[in-house]
Design a protein around this ligand. Structure first.
Ligand SMILES: Cc1cc2nc3c(=O)[nH]c(=O)nc-3n(C[C@H](O)[C@H](O)[C@H](O)COP(=O)(O)O)c2cc1C
Length: 209
């Protein structure tokens, strides 16, 4: 299985080659891997900002613990979760599902009501945390797609979300920076690439019952 080979190849890249940029075709494939991600109920309550502007990257590096990946990588993917879930979000999804699957909107009412009953009663904090979790599934797909394309990436939580929100104007849009990924090509100087993978053994990680 190539995926396992490629997951062994990938590593959280610390230093990127600043001369190497993603080509547009690969960028589209990476975006598609995110777009096709599973999400709870299929709602996809997040938006992904892709930063390639060097000045913006410089601003973001300052609020990312100064980590060099932010300015050295070709692109920074910022996964932004919706801070709240609204009835409108659910209705828009139902409209999309009805149109794509050629269904009558009335036939989806039961499903819609179920989602509304479950989600709209959550506190703001619960909604924010639930939508943020969805972004981690998407970033997982991005990491796997990068590995398949032999593109390097570093998933990152080492940044100040509130400052990202300010720099990228996310607050006004009801968005919050949850997790990010620096994407590009490893530098030959990055010593981390030679480190052995550190993972728990299968015996420790899994329990079959
Ligand atoms: C959610 C998440 C946040 C992370 N944040 C950072 C980070 O801010 N900076 C960094 O250099 N690595 C970060 N990492 C990388 C992990 O340290 C790395 O994935 C882990 O040590 C396993 O190593 P490997 O990915 O190279 O196999 C993060 C990983 C994940 C999944």
């Amino acid at each position: 299985m190539n995926l396992i080979k490629n997951l062994n190849w990938r590593y959280a890249t610390k230093r990127f080659d600043t001369e190497k940029k993603l080509n547009p075709a690969d960028l589209e494939l990476l975006k598609e891997s995110i777009r096709l991600s599973a999400s709870s109920y299929g709602l996809q309550l997040y938006k992904v900002f892709i930063v390639e502007n060097e000045k913006t990257k410089l601003l973001l590096k300052d609020v990312s613990w100064g980590q060099p990946q932010i300015t050295e990588a070709s692109h920074i993917f910022v996964f932004c979760n919706y801070t709240t879930v609204s009835e409108k979000n659910i209705d828009e999804y139902l409209q999309l599902k009805a149109s794509v699957q050629n269904l009558k909107i009335d036939d989806l009412k039961g499903y819609g009501d179920f989602m509304k009953n479950t989600l709209l009663g959550l506190t703001d904090e619960q909604m924010n945390s639930w939508t943020a979790k969805q972004t981690y599934i998407a970033i997982g797909n991005l990491l796997a797609a990068c590995a398949e394309l032999k593109i390097d990436a570093c998933p990152m939580e080492g940044f100040e979300p509130e400052k990202y929100n300010k720099i990228l104007g996310l607050n006004d849009k009801g968005l919050n920076a949850a997790v990010i990924a620096a994407v590009g090509y490893r530098s030959t100087d990055d010593k981390t690439q030679f480190d052995a993978k550190v993972r728990k053994s299968s015996e420790v990680l899994f329990k079959t019952i």
